[in-house]
Write a protein that binds this ligand. Sequence first.
Ligand SMILES: NC(=O)c1ccc[n+]([C@@H]2O[C@H](COP(=O)([O-])OP(=O)(O)OC[C@H]3O[C@@H](n4cnc5c(N)ncnc54)[C@H](OP(=O)(O)O)[C@@H]3O)[C@@H](O)[C@H]2O)c1
Length: 364
Amino acid sequence: MKRIVVNGANGYVASHFINALLKKGFPVSALVRSGQDESAREKLLNSLQIANGGSLPSIQNLEVLDYHLTQEYLGLSSGEVRRLFQGEVDYYHFAASLKFNSKSRSEIFATNVDGLDRSLAMFAQSASSKARFLYIGTAYSCGIMKGAFREQFYPDAGIESFRNYYEQSKRMAENRVRMYMEKYGIKSHVIRLSQVVGHSRTGVTNTGYGVFDFTRRLARLSRNYPQKRIRVRIDPQGTQNMIPVDSVVKQLMQATTTNDLPVVMNMVASESVPNRYLIEVLNRELPLRLEAAPGLKSVDMGSVERLVAVGMSFTGEYSALNLEFDTTERDRIMGQEAGLVTRESIGRMLSCFLEAEGLVEVAE
Ligand SMILES: NC(=O)c1ccc[n+]([C@@H]2O[C@H](COP(=O)([O-])OP(=O)(O)OC[C@H]3O[C@@H](n4cnc5c(N)ncnc54)[C@H](OP(=O)(O)O)[C@@H]3O)[C@@H](O)[C@H]2O)c1
């Protein structure tokens, strides 16, 4: 079986993927940066345990290497690099800074563009011609555009073409991948994800980004202001493209065993969930009365509404969107059903998330 190398391995999506790879018997080399109080191995095992529902999967085919995106050859020894790229290898680059605020600009580019560059350089110099570099991108690197975001490369653009530096950095990153393909002839693929959420069947959700971050904030407020009417600057006609983590893992597993992968794939849901539905679920789950008020001005907000608006400083950028993603290439390889996501499963994730975080009373 080919070796699967994964960086950013302890992250949310990567750890779920590694869990599935280990269960299928793939040898996995996981690159994790050690923390102040935790070794790389401890960090990965903690994430794997969560991804596997509380217990560790079998880890006899797993090796963990401590790495640094900031160093040449990612801080790995020449022996480690040689071993990593022996035989047939798929190398998955997951590592990224998911920060959005302007204050983190230099960290975002240092991680998402310069860090990727070092990863690509190591691959180009060390991997065999059979090895593949799979870059995990985001469907939001579409930035501010009209029409469908196609499964192709788009040129770099200034910050005015994006909602934030994260999106801009991920677009630049795709073009670094392209440059290495053209200049050094490496075999590479870009896999773009939309918002990765919880498990479609069980509802278990171990991520707190986007809609879930918003949900957590509202739940906390509703404790202090029960039954309060709260208007939020959200377009009820706007939509969120959310893809369950089990669906992403299934498609990544398929990518691993597919030889003729497209160069760019949009791994997104075929139908987005309307904000109107999400508001309905939150009103059902939480003791508050949330109302969509897209035109609400700051001066007309009450104090609680202002608190909610501050907490939406990032998610707000995504609250009036109806993005369209082309999935022709993804569907050709994975089948159209790969993008199927029901609203009910997203509703279930919101309920499970609130319960797991202890944010709602659970009926006996
Ligand atoms: N989650 C989503 O909804 C979503 C949507 C679209 C695209 N994506 C893409 O999917 C990938 C994984 O996302 P995720 O949600 O799983 O993210 P995550 O849980 O935040 O994981 C990010 C990983 O990157 C590592 N990392 C960050 N900065 C690093 C640095 N300077 N050096 C080395 N490692 C570093 C983190 O290590 P530490 O734990 O040590 O910080 C972690 O292992 C990212 O490329 C992201 O852009 C995610």
